[in-house]
Ligand binder design. Sequence first.
Ligand SMILES: Nc1ncnc2c1ncn2[C@@H]1O[C@H](COP(=O)(O)OP(=O)(O)OP(=O)(O)O)[C@@H](O)[C@H]1O
Ligand SMILES: [Mg+2]
Length: 254
Amino acid sequence: MSNQKPLLEMKNIIKDFGGLRALDNVDLSINPGEVLGLVGENAAGKSTLIKILTGVYSKTGGDIIWEGQKVEINNRADSLNLGIDAIYQNLGLVETLNVPENLFLGKELDKKVLGISVLDNKKMEQESRRFIKEIIGLDIKNLNDPVINLSGGQRQSVAIGRAIYWDAKMVIMDEPTASLGVEEVFKTFEIIRNLKKNNTAVIFICHNLEHIFEVVDKIMVLRAGKRVGFSDVNEADKQEIVSLMVGMDAKTAS
Ligand SMILES: Nc1ncnc2c1ncn2[C@@H]1O[C@H](COP(=O)(O)OP(=O)(O)OP(=O)(O)O)[C@@H](O)[C@H]1O
Ligand SMILES: [Mg+2]
């Protein structure tokens, strides 16, 4: 859909760490409900680019346009307020808290007891149980255990569930499949497809091109801080992507 307005545009993004230019005039554009695969060798700048979106790093230069408006993202709260959630395999959740506490972190439900606001733990637990089961399709027995006791895949499902629950407009996943088993990887693909159906945009960073080609709509290649490729997945060729990643001419690479 060419007339669709991008959800997010990053223009000429520069990030310097002292004398090192980690990002050199990088552009990125993503539409609502689109899945963008971000690939590149180690140290290409992938995590740095998305950390600028989550407010972990401030950019040295360039513009961020969100739903047509220029915005500044200075911290995690700015990012969450725009509707950007980030999911890493283990991060994003507080491991010592249980599932309901993580789901409602920073947005706890209250009830009034004798005119005083107190946490409505029972409601949060019921709501979490219903949501995790109905929407995520996960039957977590130990909902009230700290999430450190859950498997990597379960933890990730809870993190993604939180993004869906709070209606994130964009979810960033940095290497979500890195240490998952085959079944859990399929579960991750399913979750990405569900986010897409929900019209949520996804930026998916992954070293495994098989995984990338399985779920993304577009692929963007970074090499040494520069954007060296951007294409529709249907028009992309794995060999060509690898050549762009490592810096070989696709025609001479065999
Ligand atoms: N906080 C920091 N301080 C100094 N340099 C940094 C910092 N964070 C990242 N860098 C540098 O920026 C460059 C890009 O790193 P980045 O983590 O974005 O790479 P990446 O593409 O995510 O790599 P990987 O695939 O290994 O995760 C690297 O050279 C890295 O050393
Ligand atoms: Mg990284």
